[in-house]
Each structure stands twice: as structure tokens, then as C-alpha cells.
Design a protein around this ligand. Structure first.
Ligand code: NAP
Length: 270
């Protein structure tokens, strides 16, 4: 754990130094159709806000429509002319990805960017299964986004230049990736971080393999990134104690949610 945190600290210093470079590299996303999964909260929400500011047509793919509409309202207060649409997506079972894909195919003739951001992490040492019978982290964080990506590939291919981004994590380096126990049948052997770490390593391997299969001449680019260690509560939602503790957490490389859109999503490429 400590080596990973130290890496975060080093990298964070670097990407703060590269701030100006980021600004120059911002591309115009006006009217690009960008799907972001799990964007009613946290990093996904901040990303949706930032892309709405830059004129993108943002599809907010969320499982809880009430939370998603509230998140959309929050963004519209900041960006009154924001182009946002909520579409239901539950990554807890394969049918969720299939239903979402059908809705997107009915609404759009192409997709420019797919950001597989939705994810869950529970470090309580318990193994839970999705309705399809997979370990929950593997199902929600990897298998369903994997299916979703393949189902949307035809629409991504129709964009002049498109990209797929998987929000992975350097946490994946905490555990050895165990291909013989992806469903965590022998979980106790590997420690509490293993289910999350494995699912995030699967994200990275998926992006590498998809990029390889699409080939160098493909118009679809694939990325696996780590956003850094991010405090996912907005400042106004944080208790006084959390705000105070975060002053110290920043020293160890934690990022404010608001900084993620400026620096994080760009630089923690894996
Ligand atoms: N925060 C960090 O330091 C950090 C570091 C490395 C990587 N990451 C990755 O960043 C991504 C975003 O996480 P976050 O930290 O911003 O956490 P977060 O605020 O908890 O956001 C997670 C999002 O995923 C959604 N989600 C969870 N399970 C879902 C399901 N079954 N179907 C559809 N949506 C589901 C959540 O929706 P509900 O609100 O309905 O639960 C929420 O919108 C994750 O992939 C995470 O692994 C985060």
C-alpha cells in the first residue's frame, strides 16, 4: 500500500507541473456524443459537468434515475445550456447492459466517446455475486462494462474518431492478478483488496487487448486510466472533520474532486 501511495504522490507533483500542458491539449468536444457510466456522483459526475461546460452532448448512464436527475439538475445550475440526457443503466446484470445498448441504438446513429466510469469497491472481505453469478466487483466493474463496450462498438466505429476510456485503478497493482480464480472461489487466499484489484486489472487488460484487436488504423482509441486517489464528496457536502482531515490527505497525494477534471483523467494513464 505505502509504495502505491508514494507513487501517487510523485505522479501528482508531476501532473500539477504539467497543468499548462493539459490546458493547451484540451480538445473541442462541442456536440460530441459522450456516454459516461455512473455519473450521478463522484468522478463521473465531475467529468459530466466538465464535458457539459465544453459543449458535449452528455449521456448520463446511471442505475438510479432519481439520483441521476438530481445530478443533472446540479450540472444545469452550473451550465444552464448543458446538453444532458439521463438513460438507465444497471451494470449489476448483463440484461442491464443489453437494455441500455438498445436504448442508445434507438436514439443515436453514432457515439463519439464511451467512458466506463461506474464502479464499486467494498473492502469488507465479503464475497457477493451478481444475478448472473459473478463476483460482484468483477461483474459490475469489468464484465458488464466489457459487454456494454462490445455492444456499442458499431456506434463508436461510425464516429470519425472515437475513444473508449475505462476508469481503472493503480490499486490493481496491489494484488497479483489471478487468472485461475477470477470469480473468487478461493477468495480467502488473496486478501480483501483482491476482488476490486482483479476487476480493475481486467479493465486494463481489456483496453490493451481491444486496442490490439482493433489495430493501429482503427478510428477507435482505447484508454485505461487511473484518476488518482480522489476525495469523491463535493466540498459543500463534506463534514467539517472530513474537510480538516483532507488538508493532511492532500499531502499524501489525494485530489479534490474539482481537480480531477483538470488534471486527473488526463494523466493517470496506465
Ligand atoms: N475515488 C478514487 O480515489 C478512485 C481511484 C481509482 C479509481 N477509481 C474508480 O473511479 C470510478 C468512479 O468511482 P468514484 O470514486 O467516483 O465512486 P462513486 O462516487 O461511488 O461513483 C461510482 C458510480 O458508479 C455507479 N455504480 C455503482 N454500481 C453500479 C451498478 N451496478 N450499475 C450502474 N452504476 C453503478 C454509482 O451509482 P450509485 O450512486 O447508484 O451507486 C456511482 O454513480 C470507479 O470505477 C472507481 O473504481 C476511483
Amino acid at each position: 500500500m505505502i509504495p502505491v501511495i508514494n507513487d501517487y504522490r510523485k505522479d501528482k507533483d508531476q501532473h500539477f507541473r504539467r497543468k499548462e500542458e493539459v490546458k493547451k491539449d484540451e480538445r473541442d468536444v462541442t456536440d460530441k456524443i459522450i456516454i459516461i457510466t455512473g455519473c450521478n456522483h463522484g468522478i463521473g459526475h465531475q467529468t459530466a459537468l466538465e464535458l457539459a461546460k465544453r459543449g458535449a452532448r452528455v449521456v448520463m448512464a446511471c442505475r438510479d434515475l432519481t439520483k441521476a436527475e438530481a445530478a443533472k439538475e446540479y450540472i444545469l445550475k452550473e451550465v444552464p445550456n448543458g446538453k444532458l440526457e439521463v438513460v438507465k443503466l444497471d451494470l449489476g446484470e448483463f440484461n442491464g447492459a443489453r437494455e441500455f445498448s438498445n436504448l442508445i441504438h434507438a436514439k443515436f446513429d453514432h457515439v463519439d466517446v464511451l467512458i466506463n466510469n461506474a464502479g464499486m469497491y467494498k473492502f469488507d472481505g465479503k464475497i457477493r455475486r451478481t444475478n448472473d453469478g459473478f463476483e460482484e466487483h468483477m461483474g459490475v466493474n469489468h464484465l458488464n462494462p466489457f459487454l456494454l463496450t462490445l455492444l456499442l462498438l458499431d456506434l463508436l466505429a461510425k464516429s470519425e474518431r472515437s475513444r473508449i476510456v475505462c476508469v481503472a485503478s493503480t490499486f490493481s497493482l496491489l494484488q497479483e492478478f489471478n487468472v485461475n480464480d477470477l470469480n473468487m472461489e478461493n477468495f480467502k487466499k488473496f486478501g480483501v483488496y483482491a476482488p476490486y484489484a482483479n476487476s480493475k486489472m481486467a479493465n486494463i487488460l481489456f483496453m490493451r487487448e481491444l486496442a490490439r484487436r482493433l489495430g493501429e488504423n482503427s478510428n477507435i482509441n482505447c484508454y485505461a486510466i487511473c484518476p488518482g486517489m480522489v476525495n469523491i464528496e463535493r466540498v459543500e457536502d463534506q463534514s467539517f472533520l472530513r474537510r480538516f482531515l483532507f488538508i493532511f490527505a492532500k499531502y499524501w497525494g489525494f485530489l479534490d474532486l474539482e481537480n480531477v477534471s483538470d488534471y486527473g483523467l488526463k494523466f493517470w494513464k496506465i
